[in-house]
Design a protein around this ligand. Structure first.
Ligand SMILES: Cc1cc2nc3c(=O)[nH]c(=O)nc-3n(C[C@H](O)[C@H](O)[C@H](O)COP(=O)(O)O)c2cc1C
Length: 177
């Protein structure tokens, strides 16, 4: 093996599963951001963690209202999903920019993304500072899904999204600039 740098390692480790974090701002507006750094951290009770940059607007939203949706956009939502990972919710309504319809969650206040393959509803139960990010651990208190949209998105480094389903069918996700 030879020495490689962080950037090369992240690229070599691709694809990374890509999700949309929905939060609610103190202004009452829901926000969405793209996250690659998420993982399941407990089976019973079911918990997931998301690692959010200290400077992100979504970090502020989570600290103010500690509930989030973790939605897995389907292949058809690639264009909007990419916008959520490249524009800040400080600058406007990302649901509108991305062309997504909010879907009411059953338990939490932030909405889910209508048509997402899976949407976890989570309540923050732990917060861990980790370098320049904050790890928010959320208990999954509701789960919704769209079984007829099984192809969801993975990122290749931070350059583009591809769609893969559980049977390993692979597609270049359409619509990214
Ligand atoms: C493929 C991809 C994955 C990303 N993963 C994360 C992540 O896990 N954590 C994070 O803080 N930012 C991540 N980002 C960056 C944010 O999505 C981006 O900075 C976004 O504009 C922040 O939105 P906000 O300011 O509305 O919170 C990612 C971006 C892309 C394109």
């Amino acid at each position: 093996m030879k020495q490689i740098d962080w950037d090369q390692a992240i690229t070599l480790l691709s694809p990374h599963s890509y999700a949309l974090l929905s939060t609610l701002g103190t202004n009452g507006r829901a926000n969405l951001m793209g996250v690659g750094w998420w993982t399941i951290v407990s089976w019973n009770p079911p918990q997931v963690a998301v690692s959010i940059g200290q400077a992100q607007y979504s970090r502020e939203c989570l600290d103010a209202i500690p509930e989030f949706g973790l939605c897995f956009p389907s292949e058809r939502q690639a264009r909007g999903a990419w916008i959520c990972g490249s524009v800040s919710g400080r600058d406007g309504d990302k649901f509108a920019m991305a062309g997504f319809r909010p879907a009411s969650a059953g338990v939490i206040r932030p909405p889910l993304v209508d048509g997402a393959t899976v949407g976890f509803e989570c309540r923050v139960v732990n917060r861990v500072e980790s370098g320049d990010h904050v790890l928010f651990i959320g208990e999954v208190v509701g789960i919704r899904g769209t079984p007829e949209s099984p192809m969801h998105l993975y990122s290749i480094h931070y350059n583009k999204l591809v769609a893969i389903d559980k049977d390993l069918r692979l597609d270049d996700a359409p619509g990214q600039e």
